[in-house]
Design a protein around this ligand. Structure first.
Ligand code: ZN
Length: 140
């Protein structure tokens, strides 16, 4: 038998945000689920498992981190905080940022850092040109 676990507070908040923000069946004026003509089943939910089918299929995927967290059995997913904004996300491979925007920002920061290090390095001129040693002069 499968028993759901209790939803964490953040997960319940995330579900509410998705329902009120994205669910096409949710009427924010009346605060009801239109097809049910009653309160949204997902908003009162305290446990994982048996989600509203529409929510599960069309609304929850908008937040892949939350989707993984509430739908998969076992330990919470392997999320990583974004290197720029700190938001948790599911990394693909060695990805360090949650979004392309953060990736751009991250790259900008990195190249700024590189420039600073380069400039900070003490005088490396270009005297290593392989010129022959001129000090050893033999008389003729
Ligand atoms: Zn980010």
């Amino acid at each position: 038998m499968t028993v759901g676990r209790e939803l964490a507070r953040d997960e319940r908040k995330g579900i509410r945000r998705l329902v009120t923000g994205w669910c096409a069946n949710y009427d924010s004026g009346e605060d009801i689920c239109l097809p049910l003509d009653g309160s949204c089943y997902m908003l009162g939910k305290g446990w994982t498992g048996s989600f509203c089918r529409y929510f599960r299929g069309s609304v929850l995927p908008l937040d892949p981190v939350l989707e993984k967290a509430v739908c998969e059995e076992g330990p919470p997913p392997d999320t990583k905080p974004c290197a720029v904004c700190g938001k948790p996300f599911l990394p693909e491979g060695r990805q360090a940022y949650c979004s392309p925007a953060c990736k751009d920002e991250g790259n900008r920061r990195r190249s700024r850092e590189r420039m600073r290090k380069k400039r900070a390095k003490p005088g490396q001129g270009c005297y290593d040109l392989g010129l022959p040693e001129a000090s050893d002069s033999k008389g003729s």
